[in-house]
Design a protein around this ligand. Structure first.
Ligand code: HEC
Length: 119
């Protein structure tokens, strides 16, 4: 291997440009946490918001009919995460359980999502 100085310079420029591009791609890729959050909010929107409302206040027509509590209410705040997870997995009263359709991991992410709405 016997590179001339201009060739080495050219190679250096190409290498630098490639790494800059790779870095830019890396930085613009959403983190995994963001991806999970997006998936959870989509799930919430499609499966839960009809009763609980996008804001978690339960102020939808169906929510009012079924007397859904706001996630921000003292009652829900007083329930443990485990209790909320149980309700999502097994269902309670007029709410069906989602263990079979969603599985535990997604239900757990939804607990965090509901807590966040209740803040
Ligand atoms: C058909 C309407 C309906 C849908 C759809 C629904 N829920 Fe519920 N949810 C309820 C009702 C009603 C309760 C209260 C049950 C009770 O105490 O008898 C409840 C209770 C809860 C609770 C426990 C807190 C509380 O107020 O008792 C959580 C957490 C919850 N739901 C989350 C979810 C999530 C997450 C989804 C979507 C995967 C969902 N719900 C879908 C009606 C619904």
């Amino acid at each position: 291997m016997n590179f001339s100085i201009p060739t080495i310079k050219k190679m250096l420029v190409v290498t630098l440009a490639t790494s800059a591009l790779a870095l830019a791609t890396l930085l613009s890729t959403p983190s995994q946490a963001t991806a999970v959050f997006d998936e959870t909010s989509t799930l919430y929107k499609s499966k839960c918001s009809s009763c609980h409302g996008m804001d978690g206040k339960g102020a939808t027509a169906k929510g009012k009919e079924l007397k859904v509590r706001a996630f921000s209410s003292a009652e829900v705040k007083g329930m443990s995460d485990q209790k909320l997870l149980d309700v999502i997995l097994k269902g309670k009263g007029k709410m069906e359980g989602y263990e079979k359709t969603l599985g535990k991991e997604k239900a757990q992410a939804l607990v965090a999502y509901c807590r966040n709405l209740g803040k």
